[in-house]
Design a protein around this ligand. Sequence first.
Ligand code: SF4
Ligand code: SF4
Length: 304
Amino acid sequence: MKNGADISKDWIENLIRDFIATSPQNTMRNMTAEPAWDDVLVGFAYGADPIWQQYKEYVGAFHWTPWEVFNQHCRQKSAGAEELTVISWVLPQRALVRKANRKAKKYPAEEWARIRIYGEEFNAALRRHVAKRLEQVGHAAIAPMLVSSWTIVNSERFSYASSWSERHAAHAAGLGTFGLCDGLITAKGKAMRVGSVVAKISIEPTPRPYADHRAYCLFFDNGTCGKCIDRCPVRAITEVGHDKEKCRQHLARSREYVKKTYKFEGYGCGLCQVSVPCEAGIPVKAAREALERGELPPPPPPLA
Ligand code: SF4
Ligand code: SF4
């Protein structure tokens, strides 16, 4: 591709898929050198979409818009919000990893813990790769999760929150909606990891095939399910939502277990992401079928 050439959705999706298929970093680092990932969903969000401001108002002033993070870190190539696109991807957990973690009752299966560490290392490498390749063809780009000022802050409403949320970026890019446990339910389910890059490119945004940010969760759709409540070993999920602090403490305790049992430095849990109806797909039938038909929800009614 020529320097400064227009970038297409296909070019970016192929870039990501090629990296997954060929990078030696795509490994669980186990005896059989299994790949960490074998599939991806990619979506695009407009840099000037009002949803970014809504996140800021809902989560807190510390939560970046794409414009803020881009212009803080690419000062020499400053851009207006309307010149930016957020590229977001979902890496679905492989079947063998999900199957292993389904058996877990308190701490993660070895496969899951490996993905939490080595799969996420690959995800960080993928963020760097996408940003670097875009730079090489003349388009400034940054990965918000990798900038030095990315941080976690205490939040009155959410206990803690970060300056950039990969799940919220994926939601903005049409890739999924939130479940009772806070996870993002995507077309490939909730057992997955997410990544994103903000770039000075113009790509048509992916339509959001949902009118509600919880449209794919059975509990919010019709009051049923709640299976993630029972899966959580420390009761961090209840009918009123996800207790992030309880969850964080359990993750911290898992470090000792992973080191002692699997003999590497790691941690994880993800029990609420498997053995549940949203593990590997959208459990709300009408929403799943509408997505398969390519239908979008009706636009919201005009303001009174
Ligand atoms: S397990 Fe059920 S209640 Fe929990 S997030 Fe998934 S669909 Fe919603
Ligand atoms: S809410 Fe946290 S502690 Fe509970 S199952 Fe999910 S990841 Fe584990």
